[in-house]
Each structure stands twice: as structure tokens, then as C-alpha cells.
Design a binder for this molecule. Structure first.
Ligand SMILES: [Zn+2]
Length: 308
């Protein structure tokens, strides 16, 4: 069955509600700022400017928030979302302690200080983390969508796919996205020797340093498959964390690691840089499916690195 996805519903129906709201909120912001200006005493003596009083500051902040909310609602409408994504809470003041998930540790995990493999960040906040792998699809509309909606995400790149256009991922990095290591050629790592695994991981570290200015501290083994040598090699290459995922979103369905088939606070969600060559839709369609579900269930998307 072919799924037809409507990309931009706003074109069909004149001025969308969200846009009208944005205009109203901006007008309100201007009005409040205008009020604030009138409360300033006109001294005319060139003395030091007085800080605005708390009430004025609160009003201005409220207006700023209303304008931002309206801007986000308009962007959500433009990208065909059911509703605006929820804003994540401030990053935690104290980072949670990340350990290997039970059953996902290897021999020597603690003793050797190996990078932990985990699928969820320990938090009670209703947040999930979006991670996007490989790098085949390089869709400019996806970059615009995520910036306009202010959705944080983390990319895990494999060189054989990204090397044809490092520039696309530099633009992503310039928008605040952290680029992480997903090996040179995306092999099944447990089938390789320690030295071969180290070449795959350290080789990608070198390329990322050269192309993106920084060697990552976060690595994801392809297919989520690893052994003790993988984590030892990763540590030797400067890796501190090896997150995998608890849910995976595709353009037309979700897959779950847990029996309850639902999202949990702190879950790491996987998707891929894929487009119509690989599945029946675009990156934008995929993100629409992801965002509509997490928002509907009361989750915000937070930045993984803020919790590591
Ligand atoms: Zn992959």
C-alpha cells in the first residue's frame, strides 16, 4: 500500500490559525513593549539608564514567550505537524550517572572503565532523545525543519556514506547538532579482530577530527552489535559512551525494544538518514511521524549531550 503524505497543508486553506495567532502575539508583544517604554521617566539629563522595574521585565518576558510560542505553532503548521512540539526542560544541573544497562555489560566493564552501552537516560522528566544514524540521505528540508522547530538531535555518522558530502554535515553541526562516531564502513564489529575494530573506530575519529574539527566521545556500534573488544577499542580511541536505543522510528511504523511497546522517560530513539531511495517517504515525513507521537504522549525532545 502506498502512503500518500501531504507535505504542507497550510497551502490549501488560506491563512492558517497558527499564523494569525503569531501575528496577534507579535502585536501583543509590541503593545507591551510600548507600554514599558512609556513608563520610563524622561530625565533628559544623560544620567545612567535605569533598569526596567520587575513588572515591566515580567511583561516583556511574557510577551517574548507568547511570540515564540506563536512562531513555533506556525512552524509546526507549516511542516504539517498535528501540534507544536513541547519545549524540553532546562538541562539537568547535575548530570545523571550513566552505567551499562543490565545484561548489556561485558566482562571487565566496571574494572576496566569501558564505555557503557545503554538504551535510556535515567531521568524522571518526560523527555526522549533523538539519534539519527549512518548518513545516506542529505535532505536540506530536514535541516530547515529541525531548526525551525528547534528539535535537538544527535547524529552517528559512518564515513562510507558521509564522505560524498561532508559539507551537509558541517551545516548540521553549525546548527548545534553533535556529530558522533558510527565507524568507517559500518561492519558487524563482533566479527572483526580487536585491531580491525580499532581501525574502524579510531579511523573514524581521525576523519571526524579532520572534517568536523573534533573527535567525538560518543560512539554507536552498527546494528547495536558489539563485544568486549569493541568497547576496549572504543575506549582506546577516546570514546566514553556507547548509547544504543530503546525505540526505532521508520517513515511508516515504530519498533520497540520493550514488551510494553511504549515510550518511557529518558528513552533514546533511533532513526536513519534515509529518503525515498530506502523507504516510502522523506526525512521530513519520518520526523513528522516521530514528533506527532512524542508530542501527543506528552514528551519533549531533549539534547542527549546535556545529560552525558
Ligand atoms: Zn547504522
Amino acid at each position: 500500500m502506498r502512503v500518500v503524505v501531504q507535505n504542507d497543508k497550510s497551502q490549501a486553506s488560506g491563512v492558517p490559525v497558527a499564523v494569525r495567532c503569531a501575528a496577534l502575539a507579535l502585536a501583543a508583544a509590541a503593545l507591551l513593549t510600548g507600554c514599558a517604554d512609556r513608563t520610563e521617566p524622561a530625565t533628559g539629563r544623560g544620567g545612567p539608564a535605569r533598569a526596567p522595574d520587575p513588572q515591566t521585565r515580567r511583561a516583556a518576558e511574557h510577551a517574548r514567550q507568547a511570540a515564540e510560542h506563536a512562531r513555533l505553532a506556525a512552524a509546526a503548521h507549516r511542516w504539517g505537524l498535528d501540534r507544536a512540539p513541547l519545549a524540553p526542560p532546562a538541562p539537568p544541573a547535575r548530570k545523571p550517572e550513566i552505567t551499562a544497562r543490565d545484561g548489556f555489560e561485558v566482562d571487565g566493564q566496571e574494572e576496566e572503565g569501558l564505555p557503557p552501552v545503554f538504551t535510556t537516560i535515567p531521568t524522571r522528566q518526560k523527555v526522549v532523545f533523538l539519534t539519527i544514524d549512518d548518513g545516506a540521505e542529505k535532505d536540506p528540508a530536514f535541516l530547515r525543519m529541525m531548526s525551525e522547530l528547534k528539535i535537538p538531535y544527535t547524529a552517528f555518522l559512518s564515513d562510507y556514506l558521509v564522505k560524498e558530502d561532508y559539507g551537509y554535515f558541517r551545516r548540521m553541526q553549525a546548527r548545534g547538532v553533535t556529530l558522533n562516531n558510527h565507524t568507517l564502513t559500518h561492519p558487524y564489529l563482533p566479527g572483526l579482530s580487536y585491531d580491525e575494530q580499532k581501525h574502524e573506530i579510531c579511523g573514524m575519529q581521525d576523519i571526524m577530527k579532520k572534517q568536523f574539527g573534533k573527535a567525538p566521545t560518543v560512539f554507536r556500534p552498527p546494528y547495536g552489535n558489539y563485544n568486549g573488544d569493541t568497547l576496549r577499542a572504543a575506549r582506546a580511541c577516546g570514546i566514553r559512551y556507547a548509547p544504543i536505543w530503546d525505540e526505532e522510528v521508520f517513515v511508516d511504523h515504530w519498533e520497540y525494544r520493550e514488551w510494553d511497546r511504549s515510550l518511557h522517560p529518558g528513552d533514546i530513539v533511533l532513526t536513519h538518514f534515509r529518503g525515498r531511495d530506502d523507504w516510502n517517504g522523506t526525512m521530513v515525513d519520518d520526523m513528522r511521524r516521530f514528533l506527532d507521537k512524542v508530542t501527543r504522549e506528552g514528551y519533549a525532545v531533549a539534547r542527549l549531550e546535556d545529560y552525558l
